[in-house]
Design a protein around this ligand. Sequence first.
Ligand SMILES: [Zn+2]
Length: 380
Amino acid sequence: MKRWVGMVLVTVLSGYLTAQDIGYKAAPDAAERETLLLRDFHPKSMLHAQEHPVLRAKFPVFDVHQHVNDAARIEEHMDPKELVARMDKLNIKSIVILTGMWGDKLQHVIDEMVKPYPGRFLVFTQIDWSKIDDPNFSEEMVAQIDDGVRRGARGLKVLKDLGLGVKDKTGKFVTVDDPRLDPVWEECGKLGIPVFIHVTDPEAFFYPVDGQNERYEELINHPDWSFAGPKFPKKIDILEARNRAFAKHPNTRFVALHMGNWPENLDYVGQVLDKYPNSMVEFGAREAELGREPRRAREFFLKYQDRIMFGTDVGPEEAMYQNYFRWLETADEYFDYWDAPGQGRWKIYGMALPDDVLEKVYHLNADKLFANSPKQSPTH
Ligand SMILES: [Zn+2]
């Protein structure tokens, strides 16, 4: 008994003796101790925010930006039947497979995905850049697109290698407004098929990869995604060249992917939509970008509700779609975007879009774009 009392006393005393003073100044050695590696820093939010998971989209969804089971094999192949069952569960009515290539490879995607599931999958064709130095490149590409459309392609996809990768024999980058491409854009207009165009990349990719770059970790992981420095054209110059192509081909419908390829600057994207009535946007892989400015983005979605389409551009996982639905449909705050923090260390907020806008973005705008398309059969 006596011994027990003694132990308590010692404990109380030692607690008293080691009690720390709660001061107001930072520790003098704080800078030296701040050595945790960025890759080991995974803070857990202590915010007790409300969560409203959306398991199934409120309206049928037309995902206009996918690469699932494409010709280029960008994503892992999956069983089409399983995919359709997943789409039904999530309320996804149609998926556009953008990277369909051309010829036999295109045909393979049509035979595997498009024909057996009417209305569920659309596939696009692409430009064969290996032929850029052919003297009759333009005619060859027009014929290739005609052939693709005859096989069943519903549009033309342009990847970001235009402007940042493709060079001709002069050693210079082929610009988006290169005259060799005019007959291509013109043919798409004639056929009535849309051109889905991805040029340039996130703004941070054009800045040095250092401690000030908001996509530092992403660029460390993918050094080939950096377009910083004088070796590459400036982002704005690529976009302006793209806009000149939009202006020159008013009868061709262009869809500027990844929210017009400058989601960091919605004022600019709005100006492009105002100036070129033949253009629309899609937001694949830009949930993170737009989700961090929910008020501005919502305002934009309301203003341009007839010009925005739903796209994802990542593997068609159930949880990915549900994340996008939550962002569009709810007012939830401060949650992870899909695949966070791959595109930067920040959280996103839901936009709680009104039903009429939501339905346009989910499918009505895409329905309209693809209605009566192609409007003309290829003549070549
Ligand atoms: Zn894509």
